[in-house]
Design a protein around this ligand. Structure first.
Ligand SMILES: *Cc1c(COP(=O)(O)O)cnc(C)c1O
Length: 451
């Protein structure tokens, strides 16, 4: 069979058997799917031999590119020993080494590692630990959570409950537990200065805590960057303020570093920008370099100690998944982290971030580019109908989708969030890669929205 015949067969079966995530299948089956067969460096290759830059790191996961010899080798070597054994009451070699490593790179004070398989699960675990913590501490009235507007913490029911994106979450309203909502600082959409925006958000949080302190278990937040909300960025110092407000009111701070962790923002963790430590921290996406599903929830000694007690006291954390701490995943993560250190990748992200800023500069003059938000390798370009009035395109105009379709035709995979074009190249992208990718980005926007 030639490649076209192979493609047609696969496309037919794709449409017949698969249900794709976050995808309107009616549109999907009407179009010609891209079917990826290989990866090489930061490019993906489809079954017809076309290649594309992986402009969103395969949904924010990829670190060193694809088919990385060191990670491949680590997985193969682990496979030669064992693929998986349970962590329920047993331990495993790579799970131990990885836990030690994660504690060494995590913000100070986080010293216990609980594994799971996805960011959503890491969040569920964080929520359940925080909830049970207060029961064990003899303050069971502290049973509710504060979450931020536009938050995204994953798609399971608990993670959805703390999420705040109506388009994704509203449908499940009756299934979710209630949370208190406070505003995340969104300078571009706030009518006032950054300082006023910051004060507004912090005051709302303080007011809520003054009234409800004794009912609150913790505050969950995406530090520095709200990814799925459209790359909304906190002003510097905001996380430090959240940390001190949580301390003043004696509530737990849960940092969802699923997207921002492992170097994506130019620091190991986004919390490091303000030099703060949360009580509970979730990480997932970049953990295995984009290879295998593995996530972790880290806690302080204080949180961990609350769960210790005589067996009969029932203080155990009764939670775990079949594949918790999968050995192949842990081996991949160890190789990923070692390679990050050997190549000084976190420092280089911080350096390349400045270059990326300059490369995106010409886009600022485009009449439909309202805002460019960037931290490390996380970028959001918000498209607007009218720059001065910041008027949004209607959702069903699909402007973001159109730009990403055009970008794919030009050789780079992108995926929008509404009117925000997300550009999140793998951390290992070189200066030449970034230059080529931003050119495509600029052309795709210009072709859909000629100025
Ligand atoms: C992606 C994401 C999640 C969910 O992670 P999954 O692995 O997709 O379940 C949670 N929080 C944040 C901030 C994310 O970006």
């Amino acid at each position: 069979m030639n490649t076209n015949a192979i493609y047609r067969k696969l496309a037919e079966k794709d449409k017949k058997f698969l249900w794709h995530p976050f995808t309107q299948m009616q549109d999907y089956v009407a179009a010609a799917p891209i079917i990826i067969e290989r990866g090489e460096g930061i490019k993906l290759q489809d079954v017809q031999g076309r290649s594309y830059y992986d402009g969103v790191s395969s949904i924010w996961l990829n670190v060193h590119g694809h088919c990385v010899p060191d990670i491949d080798r680590a997985i193969i070597e682990q496979l030669g020993r064992i693929a998986h054994s349970t962590l329920l009451g047993l331990s495993s070699v790579p799970a131990i080494h990885l836990a030690e490593k994660l504690v060494s790179i995590a913000p100070d004070g986080l010293c216990k590692v609980f594994y799971s398989d996805s960011g959503s699960e890491a969040v569920e675990i964080g929520i359940k630990i925080a909830y049970q913590y207060w029961q064990l501490k003899g303050e069971p009235s502290r049973s509710s959570f504060i979450a931020m507007t536009n938050a995204y913490h994953g798609d399971t029911i608990g993670a959805t409950s703390v999420g705040g994106i109506d388009l994704f979450h509203e449908t499940y309203h009756d299934l979710m537990f209630a949370v208190h909502r406070v505003p995340y600082p969104h300078a571009y959409r706030y009518d006032g200065t950054i300082e006023q925006c910051t004060n507004h958000c912090l005051n709302r949080l303080r007011m809520l805590l003054d009234m409800k302190q004794r009912e609150i278990a913790g505050l969950i937040v995406e530090p520095m960057v709200q990814g799925a909300a459209g790359m909304i960025m906190m002003p510097p110092g905001f996380m430090a303020q959240l940390r001190s407000i949580c301390d003043e009111h004696n509530i737990l701070l849960l940092a969802d570093e699923v997207a921002t962790g492992v170097g994506r923002t130019g620091r190991w963790f986004a919390c490091d920008h303000d030099g703060i430590s949360p009580d509970i921290m979730m990480m997932a996406k970049g953990l295995t370099g984009g290879y295998l599903p593995l996530a972790a929830t880290l806690t302080t000694e204080d949180v961990y100690n609350a769960f210790l007690g005589d067996y009969s006291e029932r203080k155990t954390f009764f939670h775990g998944h079949s594949y918790t701490g999968n050995q192949l995943g842990c081996a991949a993560a160890l190789a990923n982290l070692k390679l990050i250190e050997d190549t000084r990748l976190v420092e280089s992200v911080s350096e390349k971030s400045q270059l990326l800023h300059d490369l995106l500069e010409p886009l600022r003059d485009h009449p439909n580019v309202g805002d460019i938000r960037k931290l490390g390798m996380m970028t959001g370009i918000e498209l607007v109908r009218d720059k001065a009035g910041k008027e949004a395109f209607d959702w069903d105009e699909k402007i973001g989708i159109q730009v990403c379709i055009r970008s794919t035709e030009l050789g780079m995979i992108l995926r929008p969030l509404g009117n925000v074009i997300i550009f999140m190249p793998p951390l290992a992208s070189t200066v030449a890669d970034l230059t080529a990718m931003t050119k495509i980005l600029q052309q795709a926007i210009g072709d859909v929205l000629p100025s």
